[in-house]
Design a protein around this ligand. Structure first.
Ligand SMILES: [Zn+2]
Length: 138
């Protein structure tokens, strides 16, 4: 199965094959800042099945682990597209809100629940982690 997505203006498009390793909600402060919202939804996908058209700009962030997290975004419309964490080199962390088929990806876990806003209830059926889940800071 080929999954496709892209930014708001359409200048960045991407695809990946197969199922994500995991779909997760992240409540960390960095995701709140970058997305301008309460949390981010991300899919960790195999790096070797990921392809991108268009050139993103990159903000080199530092994750909780102290390692680099390259946050890629569209330079024209600002949509966050992917994060690439030094701690997780075999995976691309896709910002799931940019997926064409976003609704079909259900989060299996929530990371950084310590940062969860008080008006957001825990997601039923998802595993909750107070901080990181898979060793990254997507
Ligand atoms: Zn764009």
């Amino acid at each position: 199965m080929l999954n496709e997505g892209g930014c708001l203006c359409g200048n960045i498009r991407y695809s990946f094959s197969g199922e994500p390793l995991v779909t997760a909600v992240c409540h960390c402060r960095h995701c709140q800042k970058q997305g301008g919202s309460a949390f981010s939804v991300v899919c960790a996908v195999a790096a070797d099945g990921f392809q991108q058209q268009g050139v993103t700009r990159v903000f080199d962030d530092i994750g909780d682990s102290g390692k680099k997290v390259a946050r890629h975004f569209c330079p024209d419309c600002g949509s966050p597209i992917v994060s690439i964490a030094e701690a997780m080199p075999d995976f691309i962390i896709v910002k799931a809100g940019t997926l064409d088929g976003f609704a079909q990806f259900t989060p299996a876990l929530e990371a950084y629940c310590d940062g969860r806003l008080p008006w957001i209830p825990a997601l039923v059926g998802a595993q909750q982690f107070s901080r990181s889940n898979i060793g990254d800071d997507g």
